[in-house]
Design a protein around this ligand. Structure first.
Ligand SMILES: [Zn+2]
Length: 102
């Protein structure tokens, strides 16, 4: 990282992205994406629960909203709580193990 401050639009909350100035590969901390994913799961859960959803309906509602909410959160949370950007560390082998054979 060259120390050039990044604009919000240039930050990706998940996955590596190039520094617009020096082209170094940067990333938000892995924990940042994890917290966003967790928040996107818990927030709708609380909202639907407060709305009176229960049992399987609650589960379906959460599963249906998780992806769009998570997608929005990945693009919006950085404006409120920008991640601490670090140099990208490839985790190829671990990622491949986790995603399994296709
Ligand atoms: Zn840079």
């Amino acid at each position: 990282m060259c120390g050039n401050p990044l604009k919000y639009e240039e930050i990706l909350s998940a996955g590596p992205f190039p520094c617009p100035t020096c082209n170094a590969r940067l990333q938000a901390p892995k924990s940042y994406g994890r917290w966003i994913a967790l928040g996107s799961l818990l927030l709708p859960a609380v909202v639907f629960w407060a709305l009176g959803f229960g049992g399987l309906h609650l589960l379906y509602a959460i599963l249906l909203t998780w992806f769009p909410v998570g997608y929005l959160a990945l693009h919006l949370v950085k404006y409120v709580m920008p991640p601490k950007i670090e140099i990208y560390l490839p985790e190829d082998t671990r990622l491949r193990l986790r995603s399994g054979p296709r």
